[in-house]
Each structure stands twice: as structure tokens, then as C-alpha cells.
Write a protein that binds this ligand. Structure first.
Ligand code: GUN
Length: 293
């Protein structure tokens, strides 16, 4: 393996350490940052993420609550809960873990959040603010984490060709918008590829920085990567592995063993982008507490 490992665990920990002082300072002014995480149903991956988010908030001294609702909850009931959290002055940030059960419309639910409490940055107001470069917006945590990881590892996207694989509202589109900004830490030339892209490898091979959020295990192979390029793997996929203790193991959207031979730098899975998502959620929640009227 020749690639440098971009260690999201270490960088995420450093960010959370920086936030500890801010949380304490806000607490001393009677404004302990409050985060409510809502989980509907029992999606095993969501369970893990929600637990990690609550733990990180607790460790920083925030006031964190995880609210669990059964899978059959009616949409109106979730909306009523969000109304209560919107009105609660001790709650600065609200996060509804996705995906939601079938009977709920994600769009309707996300629009119910007060934009000032939408620490995921998914409300149309925050999406619009991001696109126009308004820094009062919350930036979606995973895309913001990708940018922060690059910068803290000394990789400036300015003038670089960033190729993104995936156009989801959670990762692909917002990371394109973030790195396209005319702002420090951005100014990239951005290409977004997706499921209908023809000749995908033609684009990925041209990437100075390749960001993969395709949601499919190991679709990016070593031959699709530019020698010496930077690879950021956002994917987390469970694949069966009878030899593993849990019967599965986690792999990214990039075939790591091959990519690490070709790339100059690469994020591992787990331990790359994942911890950055958590760190940026904490950062957004502190921002929410600061900005609270
Ligand atoms: N599901 C997968 N990623 C995310 C995320 O960043 N936020 C929320 N709320 N749900 C998710």
C-alpha cells in the first residue's frame, strides 16, 4: 500500500476537543447546547448512527436526547413531535434520522423543522442558503465533514478537479455545492457523476480528488483512479462475511485494497468520513446554540 491514510477518527476527535471549550462557555452563559435526535423504526445502521451521535453529544457536555418512535408511527404523530421540539427553547438542534418508514414523506417531515434548528441542513431554506453561499446556513454534516477532513489533512480543493460519484441530497449535491463556492477551502472545478453517467471511469480517472457516495459496495476499482489522486470514500456497506464475528463486515464504495495501491491519499472505511459526520453535527449544534435568539 502506498497511499497516505486520511484518518477521520483523529481529525474528528480534534474537532470535538475544540468544541468542548465552546460548549462549556455556552453552558456558563446558561445556554447548554441541546440536541434532539429522532429515530423512527429499527433500521440497524440507523440505530448505530443514532447511538454514536448521542454519545458524542453527551461526551461534549451537551444536553442530548434520543427519541425513538415505533416503525408504524403515523406521519402526523412525528410532525406533532417536531412541533413540540421546534417550540422548546432548550432544544437548539433537531435531527430526524433517515431513512423514514414508508408511510412518511421525507420531504414533508424535513420541511416541518424550523430551519434554525435543522442541524442536518436538509430544510429547503438551508439548501438554498448553501447554494447562494450564505454562511448562516447549516451545512449537511457528511459533506461538511469531507471538506473539513481534506483541509485539515493539508489538501486544498482550490483549482482541483473534484469528481463526485453520486447525486444524493445528503451527500453528492451538497458536497458539490460546498466545494464549488467562491470561498476559502473550496473553489474546486466540480463534476458530478450518477447512475446514468456513461463512461464513468473516464471521469473518475481525471479526478484530482474523487469523492464517492454511490451507495454500492466497492464499485470504484483501482483502475478507475488517477495515480497519486486523493480518494474520499463516503460509502458504508455491510457485506456478508461468515468469518467475521458479526457475520458481516463494513466496506466502502471503493475497493480499498486496489485503490490504496494507486491513490496518493485515501480515507478508510470505517474510520474515514463517518467520524467527521459526527464531529460536524456537534459543530452545527454548537452553531445553533450560538445563533439561538
Ligand atoms: N442517514 C444517512 N445519513 C444521514 C444524515 O447525515 N442525517 C440524517 N438525518 N440521516 C442520515
Amino acid at each position: 500500500m502506498s497511499a497516505r491514510i486520511l484518518d477521520g477518527n483523529a481529525v474528528g476527535r480534534a474537532i470535538r476537543e475544540e468544541l468542548r471549550a465552546e460548549v462549556a462557555e455556552l453552558g456558563a452563559r446558561g445556554r447548554v447546547p441541546g440536541l434532539s435526535v429522532v429515530l423512527v423504526g429499527e433500521n440497524p445502521a440507523s440505530e448505530v448512527y443514532v447511538r454514536m451521535k448521542g454519545k458524542a453529544a453527551d461526551e461534549l457536555g451537551m444536553r442530548a436526547a434520543t427519541i425513538r418512535l415505533p416503525v408504524e408511527t403515523a406521519e402526523a404523530e412525528l410532525l406533532a413531535l417536531l412541533d413540540r421540539l421546534n417550540a422548546d427553547a432548550a432544544v437548539h438542534g433537531i435531527l430526524v434520522q433517515l431513512p423514514l418508514p414508508k408511510q412518511m414523506k421525507t420531504d414533508t417531515v424535513l420541511r416541518r423543522l424550523r430551519p434554525e434548528k435543522d442541524v442536518d441542513g436538509f430544510h429547503p431554506i438551508n439548501v438554498g442558503k448553501l447554494v447562494i453561499g450564505d454562511r448562516t446556513a447549516y451545512r449537511p454534516c457528511t459533506p461538511a465533514g469531507v471538506q473539513e477532513l481534506l483541509l485539515r489533512c493539508g489538501i486544498d480543493p482550490r483549482g482541483q478537479h473534484v469528481v463526485i460519484v453520486g447525486r444524493s441530497l445528503i451527500v453528492g449535491r451538497p458536497v458539490a455545492n460546498i466545494l464549488l463556492q467562491d470561498a476559502p477551502g473550496a473553489n474546486a472545478t466540480v463534476t458530478v457523476c450518477h447512475t446514468k453517467t456513461q463512461h464513468l471511469a473516464r471521469f473518475t480517472r481525471d479526478a484530482d480528488i474523487l469523492i464517492v457516495a454511490a451507495g454500492r459496495p466497492e464499485v470504484i476499482t483501482g483502475d478507475m483512479i488517477r495515480p497519486g489522486g486523493v480518494v474520499v470514500d463516503v460509502g458504508v456497506n455491510r457485506v456478508d462475511d461468515p468469518a467475521a464475528e458479526k457475520g458481516y463486515r463494513l466496506v466502502g464504495d471503493v475497493k480499498f485494497s486496489e485503490a490504496a495501491e494507486v491513490a496518493g491519499a485515501i480515507t478508510p472505511v470505517p474510520g474515514g468520513v463517518g467520524p467527521m459526520t459526527i464531529a460536524m453535527l456537534m459543530k452545527n449544534t454548537v452553531q445553533a446554540a450560538r445563533q439561538a435568539a
